[in-house]
Design a protein around this ligand. Structure first.
Ligand code: ADP
Ligand code: MG
Length: 256
């Protein structure tokens, strides 16, 4: 589990300032949603936290440790994308195993022998299979392990993407609009499951959505973003009852 601390994070692409000084303290095990209109910088912020993008300035720490310069693979975070980002030629089991294989590979690269000749390689493979089965069980996709993504429904694909995030037992989950490709009914169902998963794992969740209702029902706190800034970060009740300004009120739909 981990705290996530952001201090005055700025990000520019060319002349465009996409993030204009974002500061945020996320507690260990907290579920925080980043909400705001399309283009306000939510995905960019999440990608910076994940280490997939670097900030132009500002500091960030995960679990109290500064992570600037730490590679994405070494941050002990799992990111779930809107597009699921599954490998079409791999089975469900192989897709879920990818983070563990990458970890295995990077360990092998640090040793002076080739990975497959490592003593204990087959024990490691068994451990990977067991972890994959466990993650699949949690998400109720144990029966789908030998299928390819093309043989799955949208909801099932999303579970595989969640399984792949779960399998490495990360300190924090970063989810970027994970439900936006699902139909309305499945969206509500999966939303409840993600909330349940958060409760069960006790891990830190940072959840990006442009859907304020989704954020209101799932979050410990909501950070309302607009134009590359966090306008307000507070509990759903307080955001709704006491929005800091008109833009927050309008976005959340508070009574005026
Ligand atoms: P959101 O997720 O809130 O919809 P994004 O973080 O994806 O917003 O994008 C914020 C702004 O940054 C947008 O104007 C987008 O066009 C711009 N942007 C994002 N990524 C890049 C990039 N790699 N290069 C240039 N501009 C980008
Ligand atoms: Mg986005």
């Amino acid at each position: 589990m981990a705290t996530v601390t952001l201090r005055d994070i700025h990000k520019s692409f060319g002349d465009t300032d996409v993030l204009r000084g974002v500061s945020l303290d996320i507690a260990d095990g907290e579920f925080v949603s980043l909400v705001g209109p399309s283009g306000c910088g939510k995905s960019t912020l999440l990608r910076i936290i994940a280490g997939l993008e670097s900030q132009s300035s500002g500091q960030m720490a995960i679990g109290g440790t500064p992570v600037d310069g730490v590679r994405a693979a070494d941050r002990n975070l799992s990111m779930v994308f809107q597009s699921y980002a599954l490998y079409p030629h791999l089975t469900v089991a192989e897709n879920i195993a990818v983070p563990l294989r990458m970890r295995q590979l990077s360990t092998a690269q640090r040793l002076p022998v080739v990975g497959s000749f490592l003593p204990g390689a087959s024990a490691a493979n068994n451990a990977i299979s067991a972890r994959v089965a466990e993650a699949a069980e949690t998400l109720e996709i144990g029966a789908l392990l030998n299928r390819k993504p093309g043989q799955l429904s949208g909801g099932q694909r999303q579970r595989v993407a969640l399984g792949r995030a779960l399998v490495r037992n990360p300190a924090a989950f970063l989810l970027d609009e994970p439900l936006s490709n699902l139909d309305a009914k499945l969206r509500v169902h999966t939303r409840l499951e993600i909330a349940e998963l958060h409760k069960r794992l006790g891990a830190t969740f940072i959840y990006v959505t442009h859907d304020q209702v989704e954020a209101m029902t799932m979050s410990d706190r909501i950070a309302v973003m607009m134009g590359g800034e966090i306008l307000q970060c507070d509990t759903p009740d307080r955001i709704y009852e006491d929005p800091s300004d008109l833009r927050v009120a309008e976005f959340i739909g508070s009574p005026k």
